[in-house]
Design a protein around this ligand. Structure first.
Ligand code: ADP
Length: 289
């Protein structure tokens, strides 16, 4: 559905944020996972025609995005990471304003779409309240409502769960799953759990490059049977994929074809393991071994 080839972006100060990105994405929910500074927002902005690339091609559902940005905009919903300042306008009035900007000019159409989206995002009861007074979760739902105006086929969401409490996150997940049919929803985040919960397909990005992409299950296969968990640090530190804490106690995730220490028990591979595997630069050495 979305095809990106040889896409590179350099900022005015010389920072090369994206380097030769090649990516084929199917429809449905797709996760773009990478640490802060990896280039996720830059890629999202390039896809939304807000950041001109140095070179490359982007095709979406038959549209040559860089040559026909206007055609893409009609198919695009974009939830940026930062919305900037919220004006003191009611939620309804702001959605109406955005509907007009998106070219939805028919009054009956505007009313029907806005009312349906307010209901979908559970904002009908606060339609006449100023968006500036909304909580973080309500703002995110408002952001989704505005992104869905015009029923876009490409929905780009930059860190949509940032700042949400657990209940708000769950509600947002349910909403995204509900609307994901017949669309490509590209979800950028550094929260592995969001992607594990929502996305059958994922692309991992690091230092401006796509390091891996594919069905989540296929990314886990090479690690299955080689992941261990241990409360103690193993003598061979090379096997450590990640070190975290659970209930205040250390928990090591280890990568090894044999039991790395007496305390280690086998564990199922997770996307988090694959993420740390790629970030630790063990991938190349491991594949070569
Ligand atoms: P992410 O969204 O994954 O955190 P970004 O796309 O924001 O990453 O940033 C990728 C790289 O580009 C980083 O090194 C960042 O510092 C740099 N960068 C982002 N925006 C700009 C900008 N406007 N000017 C210069 N460098 C930028």
């Amino acid at each position: 559905m979305l095809s990106i080839s040889q896409l590179s972006v350099t900022y005015a100060d010389g920072t090369q944020a994206l380097r030769d990105i090649n990516l084929q994405l199917p429809g449905g929910m797709v996760g773009l996972l990478g640490p802060n500074g990896a280039g996720k927002s830059t890629l999202m902005r390039a896809l939304a025609c807000l950041q001109p690339p140095d070179q490359g091609q982007i095709q979406f559902a038959g549209i040559n995005v860089l040559q026909q940005p206007q055609a893409l905009r009609q198919q695009l919903g974009y939830l940026p990471q930062y919305f900037g300042v919220y004006p003191h306008m009611s939620c309804y009035a702001l959605l109406l304003h955005m509907a007009i900007l998106k070219g939805i000019n028919n009054k009956a159409d505007q009313k029907q779409q806005i009312e349906a989206l307010l209901q979908l995002t559970n904002l009908s009861a606060v339609a006449n309240k100023s968006v500036a007074t909304f909580s973080g979760g309500m703002r995110q739902r408002f952001g989704i409502a505005q992104a869905l105006l015009g029923n876009p086929r490409l929905l780009i969401m930059d860190e949509p769960t940032a700042g949400l409490d657990p209940a708000e996150r769950e509600r947002l997940h349910a909403l995204l799953v509900h609307i994901s049919q017949n669309k490509l929803i590209l979800l950028s985040t550094h929260i592995v759990e969001d992607i594990e919960n929502l996305c059958p397909f994922v692309a991992l990005i690091n230092q401006g490059q796509i390091v891996e992409s594919g069905a989540v299950q296929s990314l886990l296969t090479p690690l299955q049977g080689r992941i261990w968990q241990s409360p103690l640090r193993p003598a061979n530190a090379k096997t450590i994929l990640s070190e975290s804490y659970r209930f205040g106690l250390p928990l090591y995730r280890l990568l090894s074809s044999q039991q790395p220490c007496a305390e280690a028990v086998p564990a199922a591979a997770t996307l988090q393991d694959r993420y740390f595997f790629e970030l630790s630069h063990k991938a190349a050495a491991y594949v070569a071994a």
